[in-house]
Design a binder for this molecule. Sequence first.
Ligand code: B12
Length: 302
Amino acid sequence: MTKSSNNANSLLAALTRLVYKARLVPISYLPALQQHFAARLKTADPLIRRYLSFLNYQPPKTFPNARSVLVLARAQPLLRVAFRHKGKTLRALVPPTYFDYHKCEREVRGVLKEHGFSMARSKLPQKTLAVCSGLAQYGRNNIAYVPGWGSFVKLFAFWTDVPAGAVRLQPPRMLGECRACRACITACPTGAIGSKRFLIRASRCITWHNERPPDVPFPKWIKPGWHNCIVGCLRCQGVCPANRGVPGKVEVRGRFSEQDTAYLLKGSFTGTRAKRMDARLRRVGLELSVFPRNLRVLVTGP
Ligand code: B12
């Protein structure tokens, strides 16, 4: 075994100790991955095809030594954030994908550095990489499930200069238990998950709408009672039997006073107060850019 492949193995072991599950995909595999992805994308909503034009299968010019893509999954809790409003507390959920990106990125960069390697951010399709590298499988809801952790995971894909041995890229697989289950299809009130096609109809997904800029109103067909998170949606994962028995902790992190809530509901964000509020929100995976719309709809209720 060469020194660098030794280092690569000890790097993967170190990441595992930090509770990441990881795969290394050599960059020579990316053209095949790109082809697979392009073929599947043909049937996606046109708006998603446009949205995904940022994807890029070439390492950045500033990172000419790229040899592999490090694909990672980390189990994440859900966050519960409390907003005081008219003498009551509104507890709103933030799904795992929205917070701690920078913390995890620093952690991974640090481990790579200790092993003599470096990394750069990528603009690659992370679910496809996770599934085709064998790290995860698709659920019927189109979300990636990692053995033992279910779907409450954060995925990452970084360009690295770590040498990767040969891996067998797998065709995407769906969890066996999804075959006889319709729980997510039934739980999604918008019909984003259909029984006749695998790809979700992204333009029906509540997440698509509540991640949009706050001056874009929710379409009329979304009933106020369908909203269940301050950003994102947990309906298709919350009911999923494959998520039963996985850690799925709920962490209580942010508290916003009556004055904070009133400020967030008013929606005119300028100056140092806005900057301070944005910093507080970012610690719980939120940012001013989804207010006041997303909070208003939760406060008003069904
Ligand atoms: C665009 C995007 C969205 C869009 C569109 C979603 C979509 N399904 O395309 C919107 C805004 C709607 C969205 C919503 C959400 N997203 Co999103 N999103 C992304 C983004 C930027 C790209 C996803 C993508 O590539 N879509 C394009 C389609 C074509 O890819 P795909 O969904 O993987 O589809 C594959 C399968 O359908 C497969 N396929 C096709 N036919 C068949 C048939 C069979 C039998 C099988 C097995 C497979 C199969 O082929 C396709 C290509 O590989 C990624 C970040 C990134 N850089 O990758 C995050 C990401 C995928 N999102 C994520 C999350 C968490 C969500 C939400 C759960 C957010 C939330 N909690 O509120 C929802 C879930 C919606 C859902 N049910 O899919 C996570 C996924 C984590 C995980 N465990 O999988 C990611 C990786 C971000 C992150 N790093 O955490 N998202």
